[in-house]
Design a protein around this ligand. Structure first.
Ligand SMILES: [Zn+2]
Ligand SMILES: [Zn+2]
Length: 327
């Protein structure tokens, strides 16, 4: 197998060749057809998340085919088309696992962070956390659904039923969730970096009713907002944009510090909360929605060996849509 490997934090990934790994009990080996590049991969590479496994193969938006089935696997078979998400393992017995919140498990493993991920030709996965995908479908276009879509979906659900929804940071997650929210009949307001006319035009093409810069006041009060950009200053901006009792959801795994803000922005029962990881139930629900909502992802394919270039294009905001590595 070949993989793009992070040996030391904040260094470029290196292309390496290893013997193909053999699955242990309850594991499968998957041949990777496409792996999306997520902002979380940047946070892993930059050392912004605590205690990554090193060396690590990043990547947790994986579409592939089952290549070898390990012992004790009864839900997957050779050749099946599957998706592998960020949630790679949970303990099954902590208080969170026992109460339907395995996304908060006390001893989880995460794909591309604490177990090797999909910036590779092959990887091992715990079969219990692998999603079966329809046999037909475009692998590159499907890959971003595995995190941008899934975590986007969880954040949309947690944002509540509000009709007027703001999305801060119009990248991979927002471009998928804008389509889901439109399909649900909501009015979507897209907030981009200051003066990013290209991102605003992209958002309008996807049917949002308004697009502007993140410091702009939207034309109407919002019921709720989701922040996808890792920028703490967006928290007071979003609180300012939502109505009384409105909710602001922070959907990223890492964010710069939130600046001090007057209590009046939170007053009147506005709510501020974060979304962490995903549950397998989120995945089942979301893939059900995908087939009905007719989501079209915009992707930019890169060869596996160009993973560093894909990461740097994401870092510099040069992408309209989602970067996807194709081994
Ligand atoms: Zn647990
Ligand atoms: Zn991700």
């Amino acid at each position: 197998m070949r993989a793009m490997v992070l040996e030391r934090l904040a260094e470029p990934l290196k292309l390496m060749e290893w013997p193909d790994p053999e699955p242990s009990n309850k594991e499968v080996r998957v041949r990777v057809m496409a792996c999306g590049v997520c902002r979380t991969d940047l946070h892993v590479v930059d050392g912004e998340l605590p205690n990554p496994k090193l060396p690590i193969v990043p990547g947790h938006e994986i579409v592939g085919h089952i290549d070898v089935v390990g012992a004790g696997v009864d839900n997957l078979a050779f050749g099946m088309r599957v998706g592998i998400p960020w949630l790679g393992y949970t303990c099954g017995h902590c208080r969170y696992c026992r109460t339907g919140r395995e996304n908060l498990c006390d001893s989880p493993l995460f794909t591309g962070y604490t177990r090797d991920g999909g910036f590779a030709t092959h990887l091992l996965a715990d079969a219990r956390y692998v999603f079966r995908l329809p046999d037909a479908g475009n692998d590159v276009d499907t890959a971003p659904l595995l995190c941008a879509g899934l975590i986007g979906w969880r954040s949309l659900r947690i944002a509540g039923e509000g009709r007027k929804i703001g999305l801060y940071g119009f990248g991979a997650a927002a471009h998928i969730i804008a389509q889901v929210a439109r399909w649900q009949g909501r009015d979507v307001f897209a907030f981009t970096r200051t003066g990013d006319a290209a991102a605003q035009a992209f958002a309008r093409r996807l049917g949002v009713c308004w697009a502007g810069s993140s410091e702009d006041k939207p034309p109407e009060e919002l019921d709720c907002a989701i922040i996808y950009a890792p920028v703490g200053a967006l928290v007071p901006a979003a609180l300012k944009a939502v109505r009384k009792g409105g909710r602001v959801v922070c959907a990223g795994i890492h964010m710069s510090d939130i600046p001090a803000f007057p209590y009046s922005l939170l007053w009147e029962e506005r709510e501020l909360l974060s979304v962490a990881n995903l549950t397998r139930h989120d995945g089942d629900e979301f893939f059900g929605v995908v087939s009905k909502a007719g989501i079209v992802t915009q992707t930019i394919p890169y060869p596996l060996a160009s993973a560093n270039e894909a990461l740097s294009d994401l870092r510099n905001g040069r992408l309209q849509g989602a970067a996807v590595l194709v081994p």
